[in-house]
Design a protein around this ligand. Sequence first.
Ligand SMILES: Cc1ncc(COP(=O)(O)O)c(C=O)c1O
Length: 392
Amino acid sequence: MRYKKRKYFLAGRINLIQRSKIRELFEKAKKMDDVISLGIGEPDFDTPQVIKEAAKRAIDEGYTHYTPNAGIPEFREAIAEYYKTHYKVDISPDDIIVTAGAYEATYLAFQTLLEQDDDVIIPDPAFVCYVEDAKIAEAGILRIPLREENEFQIDPDELVEAITKRTRMLVINYPNNPTGAVLKKRTVKAIADIAEDYNLYILSDEPYEHFLYEGAKHYPMIKYAPDNTILANSFSKTFAMTGWRLGFTIAPTQVIRDMIKLHAYVIGNVTSFIQIAGITALRDKRSWEALEAMRQTYAERRKLVLHHLNKMPHITPFRPKGAFYLWAKIDPELGMSSEDFADWLLENAGVVVIPGTAFGKAGEGWIRISYATKKSQLTEAMQRMNEALSKL
Ligand SMILES: Cc1ncc(COP(=O)(O)O)c(C=O)c1O
């Protein structure tokens, strides 16, 4: 179809959304030969077989119809059960909505909780979608920097200082994308206390909860601030199911009821047979065994990349305890911005990394390296980087 050349009148709000810088870099890399991408933020593993079989069976068994908007009751029960057995947290299945990944969960939270001109605190650096969600909600955005000396945890004192009468919500995401940082229990408790004292919502985005190393633990915010927390979670990373679009949100009953109103008109419900496969993912021990095997592989890759980066000139990695990313500092003496460095690395080493500024201004001077890539590729990328950097 060839459309007429004419001016289309579009809603102004759509122009508020910024195209991800990450995509631009990928597009440039696609036109080049022999490029290794350490940019991608998704597992390179296939979904465990037991989950795939469950989805196929569900189609044959007739799970091809609408489901309740909030999701299939048995699936929501399985999610509640999971929080009980894993974290000893009591959640009612009624306080859960099955969403199209964590993306939808965060979108629902912003749209449901923020009025125009309410402020939301978003740490810097942070995963890209929160700022865009805030813009679409026409909320004010306050960024608080995450510092290396705090191991990229939120500083509770800085958080209190940033709060004003207009602040309604704080976004946290641990284990963190892009830094790989985890939150210590005392920081989780401090944030929970602040949220209660100042009557703030905490949107806690926790899709990397299982990717933990060197004995690190995850403390779900909902356990420490149940009345204030909107939990976003996802099967995308946990069970290598990015393409399935399966996630959920847990929030206080009244909030969930309002989120469902929006979800009902945008998604209706998440695909029926995928929800059924989600029950298997949570209840079958084979999917947990597959997850543990993936975690161990990530742990080996993390060690390998850290080992190489620690020996490389002009780059210093932060030692992350979670997710599957390495956040590394560029030698300031090089006089290159993060974007310059990522471009230079692509052209001189054929390796894609993400400039830290894709995640906020505080990411200047840093890059994100994903190790969700095969060991052989990682080793080759590290050698290429070392060679290119040694010439500087
Ligand atoms: C921190 C974080 N939140 C949310 C998402 C979106 O994930 P989903 O596939 O569950 O929508 C991602 C994906 O990379 C992520 O890294």
